[in-house]
Design a protein around this ligand. Structure first.
Ligand code: 26W
Length: 821
């Protein structure tokens, strides 16, 4: 206690400058060198970290005394974003640090930009996991995020000659990561391969998994601070290394190569993030990653339970485990194995414990993204787990047979094993059978999960299926990313309460027509547009005007997200401008079209789309005849920190997936929260956003989800004539207006000879109409700002605080445990 008080006292009296300089001099050992920004960033981070660690250790020991129920969020991806400013804001020390750093001759914002943005995720799913961690800490829930500490994150995207080149992201090199602590005292062995050995115990058979190879899982912990609360949770990422140090005998025998091979094999498990969203690569190393992370996590969970002297029977009362997509689903047979083979429980009890502990979130209905693992691979890599999966399936199908006798069609639809060659394990079915809750991430998505993806499972357990519409954290996506709007809100809402109670924004709705508010609102948007314009100038060398309409389309490049539809409409706009008279041009709204996003390295068509966007950009931006009426830019290497610059600056953002294909989308929420209007299809969370802000405040177009199947059938039967404007766009590309047509042959073929699976041609006319409507509204500044204020003020529902409260109340049955100050 006394030590604690002394430390408190010490922190109180040590001003920021002194603490930062102490780290420069003694931690970084740079006593005689001039101050540089990278050094100062690190020293500042280390200084902030001391305060963070205090809260963190207090929270953890408070949780240990209280021993409440906890949630473990299992995710193979986290897109954390930079930490320095987030930590400073959540701790409430921004004034101190802003002043302290200024006294040292620097701006906090500039130092913050020195931090490498860790990209341990692909896109929406990973960023959602990080928003959830922020909300769980802010709402004082005892929560753990578990994941993998990849040495190489998402590749860095460079654009060369208009095309994507992937560069490895060795994010830890040349940096000390001040936001993690290596826990040398926390590591577990993880087994692969080997064989199953049966031993007779009385009249029962007990199974033992033996042999094979053992890899070490080493814990790295990052504190996750809540906003203005003492609660600081843990994100624990596992790193793989060899279990034994070099075998000296092997050394002496000159078998160095063999010894180091084992080490390299072990280290390869957590080496690299699979940079693929929405395609299941089915690679052995990926399965190894999944099991490695799951096995270490479950050992950690069971160890904690035992330390608090509780029997495994109490697991569901003490721990909720949320599976972020099917990626960690192997946890279900692994927990069963631990209970059956290690703890000696009987099947029925073990199964009851397991299903009451696990819950599963589905993030996609695209068939190519649904994970399936070949039975022979599982048999080799995890032989005992394959046995257990067979047993789970056997009992499951017996239940089906009892309820629907002789219904073979239903049996095969409900089976965890797909009877193909080779046989496959359907991980989503395993996840649903082994969980007490299955949720989708937006209303429409949950509906499709029920009716299209797993109708027979929903039939069997209707009560198991539920919706949890996604949300985003207002801390990072408003307070941090948009300081000018944040200041406005604090002023107009009389304090910072909105940061944790975003519903308060609704008060502004009544003032949407207030000219003072409108003027401040527009000024804030302009600040953000100037910041983005500056970024564009520095990175693309293109000058854009903040008076133009900023029209943004940023997300992973995928056919279903239809960046192609956007760029084709831009070619059309270009054609219209070229054909227009000076009078007509005088009435046109100038547009800046902003694209960003990565294509999976092996996704050929997506990479052609990037090439097309850049080729159109080169022609349009270089055409003096077009001038400021149209600019097109592709910003390289989209990531969390770039999103923080882009999102607050949008007038319009596009969320134009083919209806029924985007599970939710979360950037749509971020844009609307920042006062951007949405041009979108009736898909994912767009539908709920339209409900919340009023459909007339959104620019909606395109086919509805329930019509897509019928449309595809109709079009296959009788292909409709192509829209003339679209035909003209094809002709331009064919004629080489944007470089050799051969560069875009695959795209043109997919458009002209495909069956319009993504309904691009079908939606094209209504898309242009919606764009024309955007232009009509944009010229009426007051109307535009009014819509912007109304839509932002109605976004309260889309805070991840709301989402997490729902998970906690309805799935996890968790209570908040506020740590005393
Ligand atoms: C096996 C390869 C793989 C990897 C990642 C398949 C699928 C995925 C994810 C499910 C892709 C993903 O990020 N899905 C997105 O999840 C977001 C959060 O729920 C949703 O908002 C997006 O609509 C959904 O595409």
């Amino acid at each position: 206690k006394r030590q604690h008080a002394l430390a408190q006292e010490h922190l109180k009296v040590e001003p920021v400058e002194a603490s930062v300089l102490r780290h420069v001099q003694y931690t970084l050992a740079r006593r005689h060198q001039p101050l540089t920004a990278p050094d100062l960033y690190l020293a500042t981070a280390l200084s902030v970290r001391e305060r963070l660690i205090e809260r963190w250790t207090d929270t953890q020991s408070y949780y240990t005394t209280k021993d409440p129920k906890r949630v473990c969020y299992l995710s193979l991806e986290y897109l954390v974003g930079r930490c320095l400013q987030n930590t400073i804001h959540n701790l409430g020390v921004e004034n101190e640090y802003t002043r302290g750093i200024a006294a040292l001759g620097y701006e906090l914002e500039d130092l913050a930009a020195e931090e490498h943005d860790p990209a341990l995720g692909n896109g929406g799913l990973g960023r959602l996991a990080s928003c959830f961690l922020d909300s769980m800490a802010t709402l004082n829930y005892p929560a753990w995020g578990y994941g993998l500490r990849y040495r190489y994150g998402m590749f860095e995207q460079r654009i060369e000659r208009g095309q994507q080149r992937e560069v490895p992201d060795y994010w830890l090199q040349g940096h000390t990561n001040p936001w993690e602590v290596q826990r040398l005292d926390i590591s577990y062995p993880v087994r692969f391969y080997g064989h199953v050995h049966a031993v007779r115990q009385g009249c029962n058979l007990r199974y033992q998994w033996e042999g094979g190879e053992i890899v070490k899982a080493q814990a790295f912990d990052s504190p996750i601070p809540g906003y203005r609360t003492r609660n600081t949770n843990t994100m624990r990422l596992w790193s793989s290394c060899a279990w034994d140090e070099f075998d000296l005998n092997a050394f002496n025998a000159g078998q160095l190569a063999a010894a180091s091979e084992a080490r390299v094999r072990a280290e390869s498990i957590s080496a690299v993030l699979y940079p693929n969203d929405h395609t299941d690569a089915g690679k052995e190393l990926r399965l190894k990653q999944q099991f490695f992370f799951v096995s270490a996590t479950l050992q950690d969970v069971v160890r904690r339970l035992k330390r608090s002297r509780r029997p495994l029977a109490e697991l569901p009362d003490k721990v909720a485990i949320q599976l972020n997509d099917t990626h960690p689903t192997i946890a279900i047979p692994e927990l069963m194995r631990i209970m059956l083979d290690v703890e000696g429980l009987e099947w029925a009890e073990a199964w009851s414990i397991s299903t009451r502990t696990f819950a599963y979130t589905n993030h996609t209905i695209l068939p190519e993204a649904l994970e399936r693992w070949p039975v022979p691979l599982l048999e080799r890599l995890l032989p005992r787990h394959m046995q257990i999966i067979y047993e789970i399936n056997h009992r499951h199908l017996q239940e089906v047979e009892a309820r629907w006798p002789h219904d073979t069609e239903r049996l095969s639809a409900l089976s965890i094993i797909e009877e193909s060659f080779p046989k496959m394990v359907r991980m989503a079915v395993l996840a649903i059978v082994g969980s007490h809750s299955v949720n989708g991430v937006a209303e429409i998505h949950t509906g499709l999960v029920r009716t299209r993806l797993f109708p027979q499972l929903a039939d069997m357990w209707p009560e198991r299926f539920n919706n949890k519409t996604n949300g985003v954290t207002p801390r990072r996506w408003l307070l941090l990313a948009n300081p000018s709007l944040a200041a406005l809100l604090t002023k107009w809402l009389g304090g910072q309460g909105w940061v944790t109670d975003i519903e308060r924004l609704r008060i502004l709705k009544a003032h949407a027509a207030n000219p003072d508010l409108q003027q401040e609102w527009a000024a804030s948007k302009r600040v953000n547009k100037l910041r983005l314009a500056d970024y564009i100038q520095r990175h693309c060398g293109v000058e854009v005007s903040a008076d133009a309409l900023f029209d943004v389309h940023v997300k992973r490049i995928h056919e279903y997200k239809r960046q192609l539809l956007n760029i084709l409409s831009i070619v059309h706009r270009y054609n219209v401008i070229k054909a227009a008279s000076p009078e007509e041009r005088a009435h046109m709204v100038p547009h800046v079209k902003v694209f960003a996003g990565k294509a999976a390295a092996g996704y050929y068509l997506a990479k052609r789309v990037i090439h097309l966007i850049n080729s159109v950009a080169a022609v349009v931006n270089g055409d003096p005849d077009v001038g400021p009426l149209l600019k097109v830019v592709f910003l390289a290497n989209y990531n969390v920190s770039l999103a923080e610059v882009i999102i607050p600056a949008s007038d319009i953002s596009q969320h134009i997936s083919t209806a029924g294909m985007e599970a939710s989308g979360t950037s749509n929420m971020k844009f609307a929260l920042n006062g951007g209007l949405i041009l979108g299809t009736m898909d994912g969370a767009n539908i709920e956003i339209a409900d919340a802000i009023g459909r007339h405040n959104m620019f909606v177009f395109g086919a509805a989800a329930e019509d897509t199947d019928g449309l595809r059938r109709e079009m296959a039967y009788q292909p409709p004539p192509t829209d003339e404007r679209l035909q003209q766009v094809y002709s331009c590309i064919e004629a080489g207006a944007f470089g050799p047509a051969s560069d875009f042959r695959a795209i043109l073929d997919s458009l002209q000879h495909g069956n319009d699976f993504y309904l691009l041609a079908h939606d094209f006319p209504s898309y242009l109409e919606a764009q024309a409507e955007v232009d009509r509204v944009f010229v009426n500044k007051a109307d535009w700002i009014h819509r912007s204020i109304v839509s932002a003020s109605c976004m309260g529902r889309f805070s991840s605080d709301r989402t997490i409260s729902e998970y906690a109340a309805n799935i996890w049955h968790l209570e908040a445990v506020p740590c005393p100050e």
